[in-house]
Design a protein around this ligand. Structure first.
Ligand SMILES: Cc1cc2nc3c(=O)[nH]c(=O)nc-3n(C[C@H](O)[C@H](O)[C@H](O)COP(=O)(O)O)c2cc1C
Length: 188
């Protein structure tokens, strides 16, 4: 078992990829090794995932749930489930969508149920909600006000060079950092 934290993600148009990269940055800042795994490359990384201390899941919200590609990864992992191969590893999640809500909570709930099926321990975002008072701003960390995981919103007419905005990228980074710091306090 290594101390590394893996990020398994899908991104159709690059916006969720930007978040995945921010999560990786946070993991490194939190003192752990980080591994970025796009779902279409997961078959090259099952051993790395078995070796990781934690896995952070990332998917855009498509039709109010994880994307079909991400669900494909979930279903493929049933072989791991059968042996409870990820039992007691840390888990966390992030998602991104076009609308402020866009039913992102359902995506994070799907990921947390998936983690529970795998016997993993879910790490929440751990940030107070931002952008919820007269003195607050969309530039706040956790501007969407999520607890279960990191949420981001990308304007549908903007590319991944500008969307999601900095505050969401920083929020994703904090999720990676929190999982890495939790991992350093956790003996598996
Ligand atoms: C098939 C499809 C379904 C979508 N469904 C939702 C949705 O349910 N809620 C929402 O707010 N945005 C929805 N969107 C918008 C995406 O979540 C948004 O464009 C996101 O930034 C895409 O991330 P990606 O570039 O990583 O694929 C949908 C987009 C697509 C292509």
């Amino acid at each position: 078992m290594s101390d590394s934290i893996a990020v398994v993600y899908h991104s159709g148009y690059g916006h969720t990829k930007v978040l995945a990269e921010a999560v990786i940055e946070g993991i490194k800042e939190g003192g752990a090794n980080a591994l970025l795994v796009p779902v279409d490359k997961v078959d090259e990384h099952w051993d790395d995932l078995a070796d990781a201390k934690g896995i952070i899941f990332g998917s855009p919200t498509y039709m109010g749930s994880v994307s079909a590609d991400f669900k494909g990864f979930m279903d493929k992992s049933s072989k791991v489930w059968a042996e409870q191969g990820w039992k007691d590893k840390l888990a966390a999640g992030f998602t991104n969508s076009g609308s402020q809500s866009g039913d992102k909570l359902n995506t994070l709930m799907q990921m947390s149920v998936f983690a529970a099926q795998q016997g993993m321990l879910w790490v929440s975002l751990g940030l107070m909600p931002g952008n919820n008072s007269s003195t607050a701003s969309v530039k706040d960390l956790n501007r969407i006000g999520s607890y279960l995981g990191a949420m981001a919103q990308s304007n549908t007419d903007q590319g991944a060079d500008v969307a999601p905005p900095t505050s969401d990228r920083e929020t994703a980074k904090m999720l990676g950092k929190r999982v890495a710091e939790t991992a350093s306090r956790y003996k598996l």
